[in-house]
Design a protein around this ligand. Structure first.
Ligand SMILES: Nc1ncnc2c1ncn2[C@@H]1O[C@H](COP(=O)(O)OP(=O)(O)OP(=O)(O)O)[C@@H](O)[C@H]1O
Ligand SMILES: O=P(O)(O)OC[C@H]1O[C@H](OP(=O)(O)OP(=O)(O)O)[C@H](O)[C@@H]1O
Ligand SMILES: O=C(O)c1cccnc1
Ligand SMILES: [Mg+2]
Length: 495
């Protein structure tokens, strides 16, 4: 047991950050001599979160870190060796543990760079390598990518609603524990917020840190005016006063009084914060009071259970809010607390090494039936760089001259790709034979990519209510092959 679990949160070895069944399967594969059979897995989600039209891929930096450090320490192996089955015998024999000790990660990994806009069924990550290894990493990849993609997407939606306004992430106190808070702060920044109140996230990831003060600051002084005056003494050029502890508009008047005194000393008040009541009404009234008093540049910050739909509504109501402070709803993805990303086997090298067997997971629902092959995602874009349609294709098979994209849920819906239509391929090499190909984009670069890619989407795909489904289809020969596999497997099942 680790007596300092927090400091170990991102310790070098997260090799046991997995479900037990990954290790039991690993043992089974090793026992069967299947450990090195070449396999291909895809990580993808089946529906964008929040009933939205897209997701923003995030978490790859953590995945790369995890994979680079995927080795089993003596402590890890001792723990695995201590596990017992129902009859008291060791679950994992010493020679398997010795194998794990020597194992070095040797897979190829291709992935969408963080900040890429992704749609349903598109591999965000493709792993190719020894079956045992490619399977073993499933859980860690999913826990890292699902949550961060969810939060980055939520942040992108909040950014959409806020437009050019400043957005601050205030969620740590409501996050799903320390790691939830830390990774949410990073993903939220990647997805489009401007700064966080989370100081550890600032230190670890270089995210700008910002904030105001709490109600308790005001309550700790004789009255509001004294509290504001004291705060201004500490931060004469960086003060934002929380004005709603007693009576909001009275609070604004007190803030103005202190702002005048600050001005007399050569300092300007930065802003006020509203944290309760009717934010549309109060922000309009506050704006008027501030303007009349000669403080048109003092910003109005609002907080209190905000999210993208409330921001949209407040703007429609003519709220005069310059900065949005957002906590709970963002870092917990309150209205959809999990992204259902999955990791599925899609190809296995034939035992005689003569080629690939492409594998499929059937489901009663076609939408849940997996896609076989060694997939790549090709994004066709128009001259303005706007995405028009995405095509999944099997890189292990030759592409026909004339490309046709088939809707996987309705094969009658097809579109022909015009020759020489410009495209980008979204999965880029990240690891080759277990080695990182090159430095990953910085957080700032990924954030800029997210911003660029979300803005390039048609507004019909970005809107919150009943967004248009962006076309993602299978290249026709892949579609035909998948259909054939489904028919064969179903027949096999009945036989
Ligand atoms: N003009 C508005 N239109 C729609 N929702 C609003 C508006 N103003 C505030 N809200 C939202 O209404 C919710 C509840 O606010 P309410 O005034 O009921 O409680 P509160 O202000 O938090 O109360 P308290 O004074 O106890 O803090 C919050 O999520 C807030 O963001
Ligand atoms: O509302 P969120 O989006 O989560 O934003 C963060 C909230 O945290 C702080 O107060 P806290 O909620 O701790 O106390 P209060 O609501 O009683 O002011 C802050 O004043 C916000 O209201
Ligand atoms: O700085 C703030 O205003 C802040 C920080 C965390 C939570 N709520 C508000
Ligand atoms: Mg609150």
């Amino acid at each position: 047991m680790n007596s300092a679990p927090l400091s170990g949160l991102y310790a070098p070895s997260l090799s046991l950050l997995t479900d037990l069944y990954q290790v039991t399967m690993a043992y089974g594969y090793w026992q069967q001599g299947l450990q090195d059979r070449e396999a291909v897995f895809h990580l993808y989600f089946r529906r964008p979160p929040f009933q939205g039209g897209y997701a923003v891929a995030a978490g790859l930096a953590f995945v790369a870190d995890y994979l680079q450090n995927l080795t089993f320490s003596d402590d890890d192996l001792a723990y695995l060796g201590s596990l017992r089955g129902t009859k008291g015998g060791a679950m994992f024999p010493p020679d398997f543990l010795a194998y794990l000790k020597e194992m070095t990660f040797s897979c190829d990994v291709d992935a969408m760079p963080e900040g890429t806009v992704a749609f349903a069924n598109e591999p965000l990550i493709r792993v190719r390598g020894p079956l045992l290894q490619a399977q073993l990493i499933e859980t860690a990849l999913l826990t890292l990518v699902n949550f961060q993609t969810l939060i980055a997407t939520k942040a992108a939606r909040i950014r959409e609603a806020a437009g050019a306004d400043t957005v601050l992430e205030f969620g740590l106190r409501r996050a799903q524990g320390p790691d939830g808070g830390l990774s949410a702060s990073r993903a939220a920044y990647l997805g489009g917020v401007d700064a966080t109140s989370n100081v550890l996230a600032g230190q670890r990831f270089g995210i700008p840190v910002k904030g105001t003060h709490a109600h308790s600051w005001v309550m700790a002084f004789e009255d509001e005016e004294a509290a504001f005056t004291a705060y201004a003494q500490a931060f004469p050029d960086d003060s934002v006063f929380l004005v709603d502890t007693y009576d909001t508009l009275e609070g604004v008047r007190h803030a103005i009084k202190v702002a005048r005194a600050m001005r007399a000393q050569g300092h300007e008040l930065g802003g006020i914060r509203l944290d309760s009541g009717d934010l549309a009404y109060l922000s309009r009234e506050a704006r008027e009071l501030l303007n009349e008093a000669g403080f048109p540049q003092v910003r109005i910050v609002a907080s209190n259970d905000l999210e993208e739909n409330l921001i949209t509504s407040l703007k429609l109501q003519g709220a005069k809010i310059d900065t949005w402070g957002i906590g709970t709803q963002l870092v917990t993805a309150y209205n959809q607390p999990a992204l259902g990303g999955v990791y599925k086997l899609a190809a296995l090298r034939k035992p005689d090494d003569s080629g690939w067997d492409f594998t499929i997971k059937l489901s009663e629902q076609l939408a849940k039936t997996s896609i076989p092959g060694i997939l790549q995602v090709r994004r066709y874009e128009n001259e303005q760089g706007q995405p028009r349609a995405d095509m999944l294709y099997n890189t292990a098979e030759p592409l026909p001259e004339q490309l046709t994209i088939v809707d996987p849920l309705d094969a009658t819906r097809r579109r022909n790709v015009r020759p020489h239509a410009p495209f980008r391929e979204l999965l880029e090499p990240v690891f080759r034979r277990g080695r990182l190909v090159g430095p990953l984009p910085t957080l700032e670069e990924s954030r800029a990519r997210a911003h660029r890619e979300v803005l390039s989407l048609d507004t019909s795909v970005r809107r919150f209510l009943n967004p248009h489904t962006y076309p993602v289809g299978l290249e026709e020969s892949l579609h035909d092959y998948r259909t054939k596999l489904i028919v064969e497997k179903r027949a096999g099942r009945r036989a």
